[in-house]
Design a protein around this ligand. Structure first.
Ligand SMILES: C[S@@+](CC[C@H](N)C(=O)[O-])C[C@H]1O[C@@H](n2cnc3c(N)ncnc32)[C@H](O)[C@@H]1O
Length: 470
C-alpha cells in the first residue's frame, strides 16, 4: 500500500460505524427520484465516496458498469467529475439514466408545459371515450375483465372491432396479454397519452415525457405495485380498481419537473456523460485505461432468484418499444448476470476464489443444480471484472457495494469472492467497510420460489469492497 492508500483507508476507517447506513436519507431527491427502480443505491454512498476520494486523488473519469437507474452518474455530475460513463443491459435503465443526467433548458421545460396544456385540452373527452369503451367491454360484451382469456389475451381484437364500428382510427400498441395487465379504459388512455408524446420533436424532452409515461404504465397497470416481479392483483380487487392514467401522468410530470428544476439549480453542466446500452462482460463503449474511479453495485445474483430487473421493466418497455436487441423481460433477465447456469463442475476452481469453490461444494451436497446456477453468476461477474480492469487507469480505485446472500442456508460471501477473483486481473484488495440496509428500495424479503406472497429473508447488510488497479 502506498502512503496515499494508507491515508484513504484511514479516513474511511475513522468514520463512525453507522456512517454509511444513511438511515434518514431518501433515494428521491433531485433527478434521483424521477422513476422507481429495484435495488437503487442510496445516493449519499456515492456522494461521500466521491467527496472523500477527491481529497487524495483527482477524478477525471468515473464509471458505473451496472448503472441501473443512474444514481452514481448523477452524483458524479454533482461532484463535477469531467467524464462519466454508465452502462446497463436493461433498456429501461438506459432511458432512466439518460433522463436523470440530462439537464433541460428553460425552453425545453416550456415545451413540457405546452405538452401538458395540449393534453389537458383533450383530457375530458379522451377519458369519456375510454370509459365508453370500458362500458362496451364490461356491459355490452359482458366480458370478464379479470379473466385470462377474452379481454385478457385478445384485447387487440376488441379494440379494433370497437373503433372500426365507430369509424375511428385508433393506433394501439399491442403485445401479448395486454388486457391481462391493463383495464380497457387504461389501454385507451395510455395510448392517447403516448400519441401526444410521439409528436414531440426534441429528443431530450421526448425521453423526459417517456419516463413519466413509463411510471404511469406501472402505476395504472393491474400489477401489485408493492412487488418488483410481475404479479397481478387478485380478481376481486381488480373489479373495483379505478385508476386514471391522465391524472397519474400529470401528477408524475409535475413531480418530475420540480425534481429537474432542483437538479438544474445545482449547476451541473460541466460533465460529459456517456450513457450506453452495453454488456459489462464486453464493455465496448468505455475506452481502455481511461477510468480513475468505479463506484458500482452489481446484481446480488441471477434475476430469477434475486431481483427481476426484466420483469420490473417489461410493461414499460412493451408500451414504449425498445431499440435494443432485447425487447422482452424474459430475454432481459436471461441476458443479465447469472442468466445462464454453468454446468461444468470442473470449472469451479478456475475463477481463483477458494471461498467460492468451498461454498459451491457445500451447496452441491444439497443441490448440484443450484450450485451450477450460482456458479453461472460468478462466471459472469468474473468476466466483468476482467473487462472493467482493462478500462482502469493504473492506481485507479473501485468501490463495489455488494450483498452476501444465502442459498440453501449457505452464505455466499460475495465481498470475499469478488476480492479473490479480482486479483488475477491486477485488481488488488485494499479494505472494506459495512453498512446496514435500512431504506434501500429493494425488498428485504425476496421470493426465491417465484410465488407471490412466498418470501425468504435476505441480507440486511451490504459491504463496500475497495480495490485498486495495479
Ligand atoms: C443493483 S442494480 C444497480 C442499481 C443502481 N446502482 C441504482 O442506483 O439504480 C444492478 C444493475 O445491473 C444491471 N446488469 C446486470 N447484468 C448486466 C450486464 N451483464 N451488463 C450490464 N448491466 C447489467 C441490471 O440491469 C441492473 O440495472
Amino acid at each position: 500500500m502506498t502512503i496515499i492508500d494508507e491515508k484513504i483507508k484511514d479516513e474511511f476507517q475513522k468514520l463512525p460505524e453507522d456512517f454509511w447506513d444513511f438511515k434518514l436519507s431518501t433515494t428521491h431527491d433531485l433527478t434521483h427520484g424521477l422513476h422507481s427502480y429495484p435495488a437503487m443505491m442510496v445516493y449519499p454512498i456515492s456522494r461521500n465516496i466521491i467527496k472523500i476520494y477527491k481529497k487524495y486523488q483527482p477524478i477525471e473519469t468515473l464509471l458505473d458498469p451496472f448503472m441501473g437507474s443512474g444514481t452514481v452518474l448523477v452524483e458524479g455530475m454533482l461532484g463535477k467529475i469531467p467524464n462519466i460513463y454508465g452502462v446497463d443491459l436493461n433498456p429501461l435503465a438506459v432511458l432512466m439514466s439518460a433522463v436523470k443526467t440530462t439537464p433541460l433548458s428553460f425552453s425545453q421545460l416550456e415545451s413540457i408545459e405546452s405538452h401538458k396544456n395540449s393534453l389537458s385540452q383533450i383530457k375530458a373527452q379522451a377519458i369519456a371515450e375510454s370509459e365508453a369503451f370500458e362500458r362496451y367491454i364490461r356491459e355490452e360484451l359482458r366480458l370478464d375483465i379479470t379473466a385470462k382469456n377474452g379481454w385478457g389475451d385478445c384485447a387487440h381484437q376488441y379494440i379494433d372491432a370497437y373503433f372500426k364500428s365507430k369509424n375511428q382510427k385508433f393506433d394501439c400498441k399491442y403485445f401479448t396479454n395486454l388486457g391481462f395487465w391493463f383495464l380497457p379504459k387504461i389501454v385507451v388512455q395510455l395510448q392517447t397519452i403516448k400519441n401526444f408524446i410521439l409528436c414531440e420533436e426534441d429528443e431530450a424532452v421526448k425521453k423526459f415525457l417517456s419516463l413519466a409515461f413509463s411510471e404511469t404504465v406501472r402505476t395504472t397497470s393491474n400489477t401489485r405495485n408493492s412487488e418488483f416481479k410481475l404479479f397481478r392483483m387478485p380478481a376481486a380487487k381488480l373489479l373495483d380498481y379505478n385508476p386514471n392514467a391522465f391524472e397519474e401522468y400529470f401528477k408524475l410530470l409535475d413531480r418530475n419537473i420540480e425534481k429537474m428544476k432542483d437538479f438544474i439549480s445545482c449547476d451541473v453542466f460541466e460533465s460529459s456523460v456517456h450513457i450506453n446500452y452495453d454488456d459489462t462482460r464486453a464493455l465496448n463503449t468505455v475506452p481502455d485505461q481511461s477510468v480513475d474511479l468505479v463506484i458500482t453495485s452489481p446484481p446480488y445474483g441471477d434475476s430469477r432468484t434475486t431481483v427481476a430487473y426484466g420483469q420490473f421493466s417489461r410493461l414499460s418497455m412493451q408500451w414504449l418499444g425498445s431499440n435494443s436487441p432485447i425487447s422482452d423481460s424474459i430475454n432481459i433477465d436471461r441476458a443479465l448476470l447469472g442468466g445462464k447456469p454453468s454446468r461444468d463442475k470442473q470449472q469451479w476452481a478456475t475463477l481463483g476464489s477458494s471461498t467460492l469453490s468451498e461454498t459451491l461444494g457445500r451447496i452441491a451436497e444439497l443441490d448440484l443444480s443450484r450450485a451450477n446456477d450460482v456458479f453461472g453468476f460468478y462466471v459472469d461477474l468474473d468476466q466483468c471484472l476482467n473487462r472493467i480492469s482493462a478500462k482502469m487507469k493504473k492506481d485507479g480505485y473501485l468501490f463495489w457495494v455488494v450483498g452476501n446472500r444465502t442459498v440453501k442456508q449457505q452464505i455466499l460471501q460475495t465481498d470475499r469472492i469478488l476480492a479473490e477473483m479480482a486479483k488475477k486481473y491486477g485488481l488488488k484488495y485494499l479494505f472494506s467497510f459495512g453498512r446496514n440496509i435500512s431504506n434501500k428500495t429493494m425488498p428485504s424479503l425476496n421470493s426465491p420460489s417465484n410465488e407471490p406472497g412466498k418470501s425468504a429473508k435476505t441480507m440486511t447488510k451490504e459491504i463496500i469492497v475497495v480495490l485498486k488497479k495495479e
